[in-house]
Design a protein around this ligand. Structure first.
Ligand code: ADP
Ligand code: MG
Length: 389
């Protein structure tokens, strides 16, 4: 959140809708610190909400019309939809429209529409979840304007429902949960199955979180994702002939080792090994943060990357280069790929005194070796979606 963008969205609203906004809101993007490819294996994820995200200035309307404007898509102008005719537009506004529909599916009733102007500073295509920010933001605005009394957790679920059902993206709950439930200077460990969660501190006076965008996205990503899911399902089915396990991540490391021989394909065994150990790492990582041991947390991030690269095989040479370079810099506590893989971003935990050296070294080496200038973002862990005063 920053004051400049808050003022900016208020002015945009006035220019576009020729009226004063009732209120201003912000919803953050997120980065996952550890716990990758665990959500669909019944395990934990460990993201934090970040200070980049999406702003909205809004005003309740007396008509039955919603009017949406985004400064990120100025060419689309104002997009209007009637409450009794919430059809898809094929434009970005399908996200807020989906949220209105999802609210209804949850039994909430809107008396009127609203005017809403948006602006987001999440870098495009960086995988920091601008769609979840937009969904949770829309939910937070409507919840406040119309005093709908949805809880934050419900706003996350409504956002996910909107994306699953009306946008048609089969995402898990992590992104919306982090955007709704984030906490300043904290990461949140989330059990993606039960939705139990726990906060743990990442004090900004000690270390910084840096995200590096590799600038590549290999086309393998979606087919490989489906392959990994299938390989994990096969491993689980084979294990279940011998032991009682609702999911791979329900197994401890020991239970896995004792039974791994029942998984016939070596490749499925490797995938399952990643899921089991990665989930264990998230639990150990929670304890590390709670003890203030950022170095231990960083080592778990390093180990997570090794596992993603070698056992799960969802990294690529660009991500491996970024991680290896980062891990060689003094003061870097941990580095790993984040997100689905085959490109996208790395996340790095860096002692404050080493941030400049990190930025310089990553920029120089990555540009030289790949010809791509990496985009580097120093972010901080922030509160989830809220009204700005
Ligand atoms: P991400 O990884 O950032 O979530 P997605 O493809 O899931 O990427 O979502 C990006 C889409 O969300 C954009 O193409 C746009 O339709 C919508 N969106 C995100 N932020 C904004 C914004 N500030 N204004 C309008 N639409 C947005
Ligand atoms: Mg998205």
């Amino acid at each position: 959140m920053n004051e400049h963008n808050k003022d900016k969205i208020v002015k945009i609203f006035e220019n576009v809708f020729k009226a004063e906004a009732d209120s201003v809101f912000f919803a953050p993007g997120r980065v996952n610190l550890i716990g990758e490819h665990t959500d669909y294996n019944g395990g934990h994820v460990f993201p934090c909400a970040i200070d980049l995200g999406t702003y909205c200035a809004a005003k309740a309307s007396k008509s039955n019309e919603f009017r949406f404007y985004s400064d990120n898509f100025p060419d689309n102008g104002i997009i209007s939809v009637k409450l009794d005719k919430l059809n898809k537009t094929g434009l970005w506004a399908d996200y807020p429209i989906a949220v209105v529909k999802a609210f209804r599916s949850y039994g909430y009733i809107f008396p009127h529409g609203a005017d809403m102007a948006f602006f987001g500073d999440l870098p495009d295509g960086s995988g920091l979840s601008s769609s979840a920010a937009l969904e949770v933001l829309t939910g937070t605005v409507l919840n406040t304007l119309y005093k709908l009394s949805a809880t934050k957790q419900e706003l996350a679920l409504i956002g996910q429902f909107a994306e699953n059902r009306f946008i048609g993206v089969n995402c898990g709950i992590m992104d919306q949960f982090a955007s709704a439930m984030g906490k300043r200077d904290n990461a949140v460990l989330l059990d993606s199955y039960t939705l139990d969660y726990s906060y743990a501190p990442i004090p900004r006076e000690k270390a910084s979180i840096l995200i590096v965008n590799s600038g590549v996205k290999h086309s393998l990503a979606s087919s490989a994702y489906n392959d990994r899911r299938r390989e994990c399902e096969t491993a689980l089915a084979e294990l279940r002939r011998h032991i009682d396990a609702p999911s791979l991540c329900a197994l401890s490391d020991d239970e896995f080792e004792k039974n791994a021989q029942y998984i016939t394909e070596p490749i499925c065994r490797k995938r399952a090994r990643h899921a089991v150990y990665e989930n264990s790492r998230t639990i150990t990582a929670l304890a590390a943060l709670k003890n203030g041991d950022l170095s231990a947390f960083g080592r778990l991030m390093n180990e997570s990357h090794r596992s993603l690269s070698e056992d799960y095989e969802v990294s690529c040479k660009e991500l491996d280069l970024l991680v290896k370079t980062a891990q060689g810099i003094d003061g870097v506590l941990g580095a790993r790929m984040t997100g689905g893989g085959f490109g996208g971003c790395t996340v790095n935990l860096v002692e404050n005194g080493s941030v400049e050296a990190f930025e310089r070294t990553i920029h120089d080496i990555y540009s030289k070796e790949t010809g791509i200038v990496p985009k580097i973002y120093k972010i901080s862990a922030e509160d989830g979606a809220k009204e700005l005063r």
